[in-house]
Design a protein around this ligand. Structure first.
Ligand code: OAD
Length: 241
C-alpha cells in the first residue's frame, strides 16, 4: 500500500489508535532502547537499571542515571512526528494514543488522550510508600525514608492498573492502528497491534526497520523515519479539507 492509500484510510477512519515506542522520539535526540549504536540497553546493563532488585543494589548509580535521563527529556523538544500525532487526534472522531514512552514529549506536542503503559520520568516515587517526589539529589523518600525510584515500569513489574484493559478495548474497536517507532518486542505492550489485527482493523507500521514487526493481510509497512512519514501522511490525508 502506498502512503496515499494509507492517507485515505486515515481520512475515512472513525476510530484511530496510535501506538508508539522510543523511535518516535529518536529525532528529538532521545536514545532508543535497542536500535541505535548508543541505545540505552547497549550502554548499561539492563539488570542493574531496569529490574527492581538490580535497581536497589545499584544505588546511587541507578538513581542518578534516571535523574539524568529525566533532565535530558526535559531539555529536548517534541519533533514533527509528535506534532503530526497530535494533529491526527484533533481530526479523528475517536482517538487514543497508547505509548510505551516515558519522555512526556507527546503531551508537550499537544496530545491529550494519552495512555502511558510504562509510566513517565516526570516524577519519582517511593518504593515503599508510593509517595511521589521531585528529582531530588539523594533517593530518599521525604515521607517515610524509603528508597526513591523513577515513576516508570521496570521489568517484572505490573503495568499501571487498567492500562492494558483500556488499550485492548481501544485496539479491538479501532478501524486503524498506526504503530510508530517500536521494535514491538516488549510484552504485554506487544499485544496491542495484535488485538487490533484480530478484530479486523488495518495496521500500519511506520519504522525504518521492519524486522520482527507484525505480519498479516491487513498490515502495511511505511518504511522510514517517523518525523518524515507522519507529517507527509497527515498532509495528504487532510489536504483540501
Ligand atoms: P526500542 O529501542 O526497542 O525500538 C525502537 C524502534 O524505533 C526500533 O524498531 C527502531 O527501528 C525504531 N526507530 C528508530 N528510529 C526511528 C525513527 N526516526 N522513526 C521511527 N522509528 C524509529 O524501543 P521500544 O520499542 O519503545 O520498556 O521499546 C519498548 C520498551 O522496551 C520500552 O518502553 C522500554 C524498553 O525496555 C521499559 O522500560 C519497561
Amino acid at each position: 500500500m502506498t502512503i496515499e492509500s494509507v492517507a485515505a484510510l486515515l481520512r475515512d477512519a472513525k476510530h484511530v489508535l496510535v501506538f508508539t515506542g522510543a523511535g518516535v522520539s529518536a529525532e528529538s535526540g532521545v536514545p532508543t532502547f535497542r536500535s541505535d549504536a548508543n541505545a540505552l540497553w547497549r550502554e548499561v546493563d539492563i539488570r542493574n537499571f531496569a529490574y527492581p532488585d538490580g535497581y536497589r543494589r545499584n544505588q546511587p548509580d541507578a538513581w542518578r542515571w534516571y535523574g539524568q535521563r529525566a533532565a535530558k527529556v526535559r531539555e529536548v523538544m517534541p519533533n514533527a512526528a509528535h506534532e503530526a500525532i497530535a494533529e491526527i487526534e484533533r481530526r479523528v472522531p475517536e482517538f487514543l494514543l497508547v505509548t510505551q514512552n516515558i519522555d512526556n514529549l507527546h503531551q508537550r506536542a499537544g496530545s491529550k488522550k494519552v495512555l502511558e503503559l510504562h509510566g513517565n520520568l516526570r516524577e519519582a516515587r517511593c518504593f515503599d510508600c508510593d509517595a511521589r517526589s521531585p528529582w531530588v539529589a539523594d533517593p530518599v523518600c521525604e515521607a517515610c525514608g524509603g528508597l526513591l525510584r523513577p515513576d516508570v515500569v521496570m521489568f517484572e513489574e505490573e503495568l499501571p492498573a487498567g492500562a492494558m484493559e483500556q488499550a485492548r478495548e481501544a485496539a479491538e474497536s479501532c478501524d486503524l492502528l498506526l504503530s510508530v517507532g517500536t521494535s514491538n518486542l516488549v510484552w504485554p505492550a506487544t499485544e496491542v497491534p495484535r488485538y487490533a489485527l484480530r478484530s479486523g482493523a488495518d495496521v500500519v507500521i511506520i519504522n525504518p526497520d521492519m524486522s520482527g514487526q507484525p505480519t498479516g493481510l491487513r498490515v502495511t509497512y511505511l518504511k522510514g523515519a517517523a518525523g518524515a512519514i507522519l507529517p507527509e501522511l497527515v498532509r495528504i490525508a487532510y489536504a483540501n479539507l
